[in-house]
Design a protein around this ligand. Structure first.
Ligand SMILES: Cc1cc2nc3c(=O)[nH]c(=O)nc-3n(C[C@H](O)[C@H](O)[C@H](O)COP(=O)(O)OP(=O)(O)OC[C@H]3O[C@@H](n4cnc5c(N)ncnc54)[C@H](O)[C@@H]3O)c2cc1C
Length: 799
């Protein structure tokens, strides 16, 4: 075993082996993998090996496509077979809603280049003869699905890496990790130490324990998972290999295994494994079977696929594998820990392992993952994702693996966890809540307690009329919304202005003023959008996205000078309320002594103001497009402030109305319109990029984007929708071809039109006609709007 290496990857499952291979491929051959037993001995060896491209997040779907295409490459380099069976797959719908869901998945796949095909039940039965047609209403076929040999894949990665110079050390356990003052690591094993510049935690079932070696509590939990393999199925004897099959209503997946069928299920009463600590003596082990637990799913299997009920079971496998609360991997560097990386919580190692290895290696070698990995970034979780929260959410997610998540559906596990002081007040006003980063926030308000629940649907829900009322109140009078669910970061010190000027694309505002700014990476792509509020020469409050707080802080720490600037995340120290609407000035003026007239308190002013007896920070800014004020107070004052504003006549409104109004204004949101795959000019933020102010991160790339015009353009569209609006990720068609995708959509109540925001090629940004948006399988005519749908001159919010 070498005593030094540039990188030590801990863990020889499919993920660690992929990271090792990709590091060598990216040009770092001096890398080493340490495995405490044999390769694959964690969850990898007993996996069913299934692989597929469909994923709820298009960027993860792209990495899944990459993974599947990689197998031929590593087979070629290593000479090791991956046992690839690219059978194709069929997804069966037993209900109309599921068919709608499949149509949406098919539509989404179009702009990813996926050739998904909708099938009638007859055609589905022709291609998958085991099914009983009576239980299904339709199906979707994906040609890029199949299964691999988990042992073969892991060894093919490892051998390919070894050929490029990597070392693979088996039967050696990492027992501790110690960081040196220069940021490098002493990797302490039971067979000696290795000094490494970087460490990667690919510990799979033990990733939590490896995290704990450096004081990290990673939000992952292993669940028991069972599949069985039947005896020979005579009905398929002599036929070509059967397709992979997912039966959503049965919550089952099936594939051929030799001459029998493998049947797996994500049962509703799933059981976590080793919720607190993973035993170190577990290697190439399985758990006792518990067929009773999956009996309800098996009964459905025997009904839906009658031939399977007539034969015996050859083998049952019960093994554990890990999940993050949302089921997506956790990858990336960790805030506060230099040169420590994670690649864990990968629940679909054979669909995602290659993509995870690629993204992480790019990140380590180039300082940037090279693609949009927000959905997998470990920084999407904050302190609220404790062990118990993770336990509740993982169990929920596991039990819903094959259930439909409707776009307006809020899941109940682990709630309420974080609440603000006005939570009870909002409940008394019949708020229907959503959860975001563990925090409850009002989505809309029902007239009575009995009506305060929302039907889950792909179409307009029972909330529609109430949201319309809320928008009307904002447009005509004064609305009041809680805005605590924003991230806040305080930047203080004599070097604050110079530092922010280097990190942000816009100029730092003068004291008492607000500036909107994109934040760019070196490639000139969007990695944040902020409201910079300048309280004093040496004090700026950044307001951004709550879910990205750790993501921002990780970037800030990387760029922090040794002295002169202090940066601190402080979201919940400033809880918020915002008043919006033509009457908001008069309402607030009745409660404050400072002059709020347009000349004394113009648009983009930010000041300390006492509201009644309450000390507050007030910014004149608007996300609704109406005259508005954002008010920030410490939590102990929020209740009094809420009561005061309510008594003064403001009407509560929720996030649904806010979303509709910001879309009417064409205002983008982080993770929807603004992501690291778009440049600021493409995203319509060019006016907030002050190229002339001097050097800042991403300036050269932003200047080049500006001069070349960028490849994409964010556009606003009005859609001839029926009873369903766009929600995001629908394909945009132009002249019969898929040219782009929707990022957000909603019904614009103030303009009486269904609206969408989305990206199209820059060359098409001037076209108005010829567009269509595919909503639940129907192509609906859409018109590109030359200006935003509501108050394009911006006079409402500025005057
Ligand atoms: C029953 C079952 C069926 C499945 N079916 C599928 C499927 O069809 N398709 C699919 O894509 N996925 C499937 N999976 C999931 C798949 O197995 C995982 O996604 C994958 O194995 C995760 O790999 P990993 O490398 O992250 O973790 P692991 O396989 O757990 O590997 C981690 C490795 O790290 C080593 N290690 C940990 N700590 C240390 C240390 N301190 N020192 C040295 N070594 C250490 C361990 O020994 C282990 O070998 C299934 C899982 C199960 C249980």
């Amino acid at each position: 075993m070498r005593s030094t290496a540039r990188v030590v990857v801990i863990g020889g499952g499919v993920v660690g082996a992929s990271v090792l291979y990709h590091l060598t491929k990216a040009g770092w051959p001096d890398v080493m993998l340490i495995e405490r037993d044999e390769l694959t001995c964690g969850s990898t060896w007993h996996a069913a090996g299934g692989m597929h491209t469909v994923n709820g997040d298009p960027n993860v779907a792209r990495l899944q496509q990459y993974t599947i295409n990689l197998y031929r490459e590593i087979e070629r380099i290593s000479g090791q077979s991956c046992g690839v069976h690219l059978t194709g797959g069929i997804m069966l719908a037993g209900t109309r809603e599921r068919l709608d869901w499949l149509r949406m998945a098919q539509a989404r796949g179009r702009y990813l280049g996926m050739e998904l095909e909708m099938l009638s039940v007859d055609e589905a039965a022709r291609r998958f003869p085991l099914l009983d047609k009576r239980h299904f209403v339709g199906a979707m076929f994906d040609p890029v699905e199949g299964h691999v040999d988990p042992y073969g894949v892991t060894h093919a990665y490892a051998k390919s890496a070894q050929i490029a110079g990597a070392e693979v050390v088996r039967h050696t356990r990492v027992v501790d990790l110690k960081q040196r003052p220069d940021g490098t690591w002493d990797v302490i094993t039971d067979r000696g130490n290795v000094h490494a510049e970087h460490v990667v935690n690919a510990g799979g079932l033990w990733a939590r324990e490896v995290g704990r070696m450096v004081g990290l509590e990673l939000p992952i939990l292993a669940m028991e998972h069972q599949y069985l393999i039947t005896e020979e199925v005579p009905q398929i004897a002599g036929l070509p290999e059967q397709l992979h099959c997912i039966d959503f209503e049965g919550e089952l997946y099936l594939r051929e295994e030799r001459d029998g069928m493998l049947i797996g299920t994500y049962e509703r009463a799933g059981v976590p494994w080793s919720p607190l600590e993973t035993p170190w003596d577990f290697a190439q082990s399985l758990l006792p079977n518990d067929l009773d637990r999956i009996a309800p799913s098996l009964e459905v299997a025997f009904e839906h696929f009658p031939a399977l009920g007539e034969i015996g079971v050859r083998k049952v496998v019960n093994g554990p594998f890990t999940f993050a609360p949302d089921g997506n991997p956790l990858i990336g560097p960790i805030k506060g820990l230099s040169n420590f990386w994670v690649a864990c919580g990968v629940m679909a190692g054979f669909s995602q392992g290659g993509g995870v290895g690629l993204a992480l290696s790019q990140w380590m070698v180039n300082g940037d993952p090279g693609s949009d990995v927000w959905a997998m970034d470990v920084a999407r979780y904050g302190d609220w994702a404790t062990l118990a929260y993770t336990n509740a959410k993982v169990r929920e997610n596991y039990s819903r693996r094959f259930r439909i998540r409707f776009p307006n559906e809020e899941l109940p596990a682990g709630r309420p966890l974080r609440t603000t002081p006005i939570y009870d007040r909002l409940r008394e006003s019949h708020a229907v809540f959503g959860e975001y980063c563990g925090l409850e926030h009002p989505l809309w308000f029902a007239p009575t307690e009995a009506e305060a629940r929302e039907d889950v649907t792909f179409r307009r829900s029972n909330a529609h009329a109430h949201v319309a009322e809320e928008c009307r109140a904002v447009q005509e009078r004064v609305g009041l919304i809680e805005t605590s669910n924003y991230g806040k970061i305080e930047v203080v010190g004599p070097g604050a202005e110079a530092w922010l000027s280097r990190l942000m694309a816009n100029r730092v505002p003068a004291v008492g003023r607000i500036a909107l700014t994109p934040m760019l990476n070196e490639r000139g792509k969007l990695i944040g959008d902020f409201t910079m509020c300048r309280l004093a020469a040496d004090h700026v409050l950044l307001i951004g996205t709550l879910a990205a707080e750790a993501y921002y802080m990780r970037w800030f720490e990387r760029h922090l000078p040794p002295s002169g600037v202090r940066v601190r995340a402080c979201a919940m120290e400033h809880v918020g309320l915002s008043v919006a609407g033509p009457g908001s000035r008069a309402l607030l003026q009745s409660l404050v002594r400072v002059d709020l007239s347009n000349s004394a308190f113009p648009f983009l002013t930010f000041r300390r103001v006492d509201i009644g007896m309450i000390p507050a920070l007030v910014g004149r800014i608007s996300f609704t497009g109406e005259l508005g004020y954002e008010i920030w107070v410490s939590p102990d004052y929020q209740r009094a402030l809420y009561d005061l504003l309510l008594t003064a006549g403001a009407k509560p409104f929720g996030g649904r109305a806010l979303n509709a109004m910001r879309i009417e204004k064409g205002f983008g949101n982080w993770a929807r319109e603004f992501r690291p795959i778009y440049g600021p000019h493409e995203a319509g933020l060019g006016r907030f990029v002050a190229l002339e102010k001097g050097e800042f991160v991403g300036r050269a790339a932003a200047a080049s984007e500006k001069s070349k015009g960028g490849e994409l353009r964010l556009v606003a569209l009005a859609v001839d929708a029926a009873d369903a609006d766009a929600i995001g990720d629908e394909p945009i068609w132009h002249d019969g071809k898929v040219v782009g995708w929707v990022t957000s959509g909603a019904y614009g109540h103030r303009v009486g039109r269904s609206l969408a925001l989305g990206y199209v090629p820059a060359a098409l940004a001037g076209a108005t006609a010829g567009f269509e948006i595919e909503i639940i399988g129907e192509r609906r005519r859409a018109e590109r709007l030359a200006v935003c749908a509501y108050d394009p001159g911006g006079s409402h919010m500025r005057s």
